[in-house]
Design a protein around this ligand. Structure first.
Ligand SMILES: NC(=O)C1=CN([C@@H]2O[C@H](COP(=O)(O)OP(=O)(O)OC[C@H]3O[C@@H](n4cnc5c(N)ncnc54)[C@H](O)[C@@H]3O)[C@@H](O)[C@H]2O)C=CC1
Ligand SMILES: NCCCC(=O)O
Ligand code: NA
Length: 504
């Protein structure tokens, strides 16, 4: 067991390079979902603090030490942050697990990914210097033109609790690489590691105001950020209803938004797979990793009828083998869900599925050996039809629903039978069939013979009700840049559109 006595730092808001008490001095308790205990508290920002942070960010952009930096200079800051994250990895990972219930193994992997993401965008920041100014050849003697890539300005980053630091960094790293000044508003359910990022920025000497971190409640801290007239963009990851509110607020000011809003992603398993165990493990990973609290979780298994019984049998054997325990315990592979609210919500989805006539093939309850904490057994639900809530709605917990199919056409129809469009997976050894599914899936992310592997280089985002815009890759950087065209008249001749008064 890792050291659960890691002290929880008592931080303030991180604004303008300093720790600053919220104007209204309110704080929000931190709850460890594995024990249900209060283990500390975080500051609760309100509109007054948002104003101060926006002002600090605007000043950073106006100052040469941030606003006039080259990409190469910003890359040095990003690499210094990455190095500090790795230096503090063990403590950060433990804090992440204590706060969110994430298994220590996954928290540690997240910290590696956080550092890797900063490193990746450091490379892109350096490369931006040579792309900052791109000449455009018009084949004209009269005009010289070029395109500038500039930082978009002050950006608001509103992020969720499922990967508390990693989801923040998917936005913070490209925003800083682009040269924006950012205000990060993490989820009130898990903010500890995002506040520790403030300490890291202070330690490495990131110019003040380049990154500001405001913890607090959604409507009180995130709301004023989304509607602030001096915030140039909002990048959001979280639930559909909140995304919709943010877009509505931003629309009043024609403020650009990017929204990453989760899904109900399918995994389609064909009977030509060579190895049931390999497919079973990917199916498990697709829904039970991070206790199913993953926006791209493949929560609908669509399996070919001819192997359904054998495949479910194998899936059950793998599922029974998952160690469910305190997330800090060695080999824990399934921790609690993040909060009491999420626990109630997941159990309600399961009981609704039962009342609608579905069968709980496995799980569906609290594990008997865990008396405290927000634990839900890994759950597999069969006898599902397409009008049921469990087929249609995002659970955001360890709950897999299963349907069978006979033909490829039927599988495609079932896979796309959702309002969401984030991710989809297909398992088959038929290359042509996988190509057909790649084309047919109405999503932004396709996995072939796997589910969930995620890489910094690749765009992340969806279509339909899963939102729009892309995190990660070069697309993540572009989303924080303003594209400015510059057109210069280089001819010595008059323009001669109007009649010249000197010729009268
Ligand atoms: N797609 C994803 O990655 C995620 C999906 N979810 C889904 O959403 C459900 C609800 O979870 P929540 O934590 O309540 O998600 P949420 O979408 O309300 O929270 C995400 C972020 O938005 C902020 N926020 C909330 N209301 C806001 C407002 N009016 N204006 C500006 N910012 C606001 C929150 O403080 C948090 O930082 C979950 O049960 C799950 O189904 C939750 C987290 C992540
Ligand atoms: N593997 C990262 C998933 C990110 C997300 O839930 O948005
Ligand atoms: Na928490």
């Amino acid at each position: 067991m890792a050291n659960r006595n890691v002290p929880i730092p008592r931080r303030q808001l991180y604004i303008g390079g300093e720790w600053r008490e919220p104007v209204k001095k309110n704080r929000i308790p931190i709850i460890n979902p594995a024990t249900e205990e209060i283990i500390g508290d975080i500051p609760a920002a309100t509109a007054e603090d948002v104003d101060i942070a926006v002002e600090a960010a605007r000043k950073a952009i106006a100052r040469d030490d941030w606003g006039s930096t080259t990409g190469a200079q910003r890359a040095k800051y990003l690499r210094a942050i990455a190095a500090k994250v790795l230096e503090k990895k063990s403590v950060l990972a433990t804090l992440e697990s204590l706060d969110s219930g994430k298994t220590l193994f996954e928290s540690a992997a997240d910290m590696d990914d956080v550092a890797g993401c900063f490193e990746y965008y450091a490379d892109l920041a350096e490369a931006l210097d040579s792309r900052r100014k791109t000449p455009v050849n018009l084949n004209s003697d009269s005009f010289k033109t070029y395109v500038l890539r500039e930082p978009l300005g002050v950006v608001g980053l509103i992020t969720p609790w499922n990967y508390p630091l990693l989801m923040a960094i998917w936005k913070v790293a490209p925003a800083l690489a682009a040269g924006c000044a950012a205000i990060l508003k993490p989820s009130e359910l898990a903010s500890i590691t995002c506040l520790e990022l403030g300490e890291i920025c202070r330690e490495i000497g990131l110019p003040s105001g380049a990154l500001n971190i405001l913890t607090g409640l959604g409507p009180e801290a995130g709301g004023p950020l989304a509607s602030h007239p001096h915030v140039d963009k909002i990048s959001f990851t979280g639930s559909g209803p909140t995304g919709s509110k943010i877009m509505t607020a931003a629309a009043q000011l024609v403020k650009p938004v990017s929204l990453e809003l989760g899904g109900k992603s399918p995994i389609v398993v064909f009977d030509d797979i060579d190895n049931l165990d390999i497919a079973a493990e990917w199916t498990l990973f697709g829904i039970f990793a991070n206790t199913g609290q993953v926006c791209s979780a493949t929560s609908r298994l669509i399996v070919q009828e001819s192997i359904a019984s054998a495949f479910l049998d194998r899936l059950l054997k793998w599922t029974k083998n998952i160690k469910i325990s305190d997330p800090l315990e060695e080999d824990c592979k399934l921790g609690p869900v993040v909060s009491a609210g999420q626990y109630e919500k997941v159990l309600k989805f399961i009981s609704n599925a039962k009342s609608e006539g579905a069968t709980i093939l496995y799980g569906g309850e609290r594990p008997q050996h865990l008396k405290k904490g927000y634990y839900v057994q890994p759950t597999i639900i069969t006898d599902v039809n397409t009008s049921m809530e469990i087929w249609k709605e995002e659970v955001f917990g360890p709950v897999l629903c299963v349907k069978t199919f006979k033909t490829e056409e039927e599988a495609i129809e079932l896979a796309n039978d959702t309002k969401y469009g984030l991710a989809a997976a297909v398992m088959s050894k038929d290359v042509k069939r996988c190509e057909r599914f790649t084309k047919a899936f109405q999503t932004g992310i396709i996995w072939i013979n796997c589910s969930q592997p995620t890489f910094n280089q690749l765009p992340w985002g969806g279509k339909k009700r899963s939102g729009f815009g892309r995190d990660l890759g070069e697309w993540g950087l572009e989303s924080f840049l303003n594209i400015k065209q510059v057109t210069e008249y280089t001819s010595a001749e008059p323009w001669a559109f109007y009649k010249s008064p000197s010729r009268n």
